[in-house]
Design a protein around this ligand. Sequence first.
Ligand code: ZN
Length: 681
Amino acid sequence: MRIGPASLSMLFIVWLLTYCSLLFSQTSSLHGIDLGDLDRKAEPCTDFYEFANGTWRANNPIPASMTRWSKRWAAGESSKDKLREILEAASADKNARQGSTEQIIGDYYGACMDETRVNAGGMNPIKPWFAKIDAARDIAALQQGMAEMHDILVQVPFALGSQQDPHKPSWVLADLGAGGLGLPDRDYYLKAEPRFKQAREKYVEHVTAMFKLAGWDQKSAAAAAQAIMSMETKLAEASLDNVALRDPSATDHNTTFVQLQAMAPHIDWTIYFKHKQIPTDVDMNVDQPKFMQEVDRQMQQTRLADWKVYLKWQLLNSTASSLSAPFVEEDFAFKGKYLSGTTEMKPRWKRCVESTDQLLGEALGQKYVEKYFPPEAKARMQEMVRNLLAAMRDDILSRPWMSDDTKEKAMAKIATFNPKIGYPDKWKDYSHVEIRRDAFFDDMIAGRKFVEEDDRVTIGKTVDRGRWGMTPPTSDAYYNPLLNEIVFPAGILQPPAFDMNAVDAVNYGAIGVVIGHEISHGFDDQGSQYDYLGRLRDWWTESDLKDFQGRAACVVDQFDHYYIEKDIHHNGKLVLGESIGDLGGAKISYLAYRKSLEGKPLPADIDGFTPEQQFFIAWGQFRGDATRPEAQRLMVQGDPHPIAKFRVIGPLSNLPEFKNAWSCKTDASMVRPEDKRCDVW
Ligand SMILES: [Zn+2]
């Protein structure tokens, strides 16, 4: 056929139609929120948590091996399927060179999966450690044993690690931290409520059971458990509680070597520092001097035999999950079942994936991002972070209560925010870690030694800003006030947090609020105490600080009134930072989303929901989860994060933007009365 002008114009029309439909399909293929998750029986203005994800929760009960469940947790678990594939392939690779990433992660995983061999070994792998403890004839030998246990991350009862100097954050200090408790925190030892009393009884039974598995008779196992309980109770009395620990100045004690010797004279610090290969003139911080004094008192007054029992217990407690099945099961019965409420252990492959991630995280993470982290995701995140930081800037500048002086300092802090997205620029070198296919316990020890050394060698040096505090597959994010950095590992950059195929309203409602949350941590009860260079330094005018603290007190009061059970409510002071983060995060992400629409036509409603409504539903669907009662109790006691329900209801009920988006009445439950409405950022 001859192509004349008519057919040319036909071709043009066909091209135009195709092009337009391509264009159209590109926008229309972007999806909104998940309609199937909504519970339409619930009223958004009455119970938004139920409305946003009630049907999802009803249809997706918490799996027996999990303490919490939501789309986000499900995504985190399915990342483990991907890691499993990587590890199985590495493990099957017979030609992997010794010291290569494939050999290290493959053999680690392979050895972990060799359950028959692990079970046949019983408690053999831990016997040499026990023998060494038994051989200690005096306090000096005992302290040598303690130092060696610190090398494998067993805190008996203190630990040495690195910490940025809060007064000169470019410098890394040696930090002596408090630890050494087998129950979750000090309150478990000291509080009179029946649930804590019961936990103490169960703990003593558990310690007894573990020693019996290790071959002891009932009488000596029970006596050991009592001795341990009494030592740990004294340590707990000398420890700060979870709320006190939120105050950075409570753990800020610059200490010289001579002062340390005076603080705890019955520990031979010269030998200890020599063992750790750290010079005694190192810059040092002691988190809890009172705790160290108690350790010293026990060094002097507790029988050597009891110290030995204590060391054995802490070692057993810390490594039980790497021993044979009876130890793994008893460890799970106490921590997994009794304390957290799960009824089933995770399958072995998943526990082995998690162990590899914990100890060889960047080796495994490197393989993960090669396969599963598209560069486009990084670009889109960078743009969102830029928009969120701009929104935070606008938000702070618009605050009438804050003086220009403080605003200027806040602007400087925003200007130095450092976002890290996906994975580190430089990977850790694992090539010297010796991993063998036939010795899982030793591999675990080698992995721990790597983690300890990798941290310790940074002490007494200029800070390395490239280091990451989470591994790339982690489905989480963090803010570090000393580096003024917000960090988003590749693992969180997937649905439901982040979705390349979702409309902006959904991404701003989910990952946008997460970004805003991390930015707001820079200005929460803790973050606000650090300046633009990460120094622990007051940069606020007195009246601005007072105003800020009054606003924070509103959030404390709000969460103090959120009950998880009849007698158990959130501790507002404990969850303050996270709640300021959620409130600020929702607010500034909403602002950033509105700003991103400037000069563009307003996006159409999708499935009957306005873009604003989609934004809030996305937060409810990302954040909402179901949590077991036992795990909720643990969270309320020790976790600075509120439970999911209140992370949805809490911030949104403070926002006029939410009320407007859903046309809620002023007296609706999702709208806090004006005189109680909290507004921080
Ligand atoms: Zn947070």
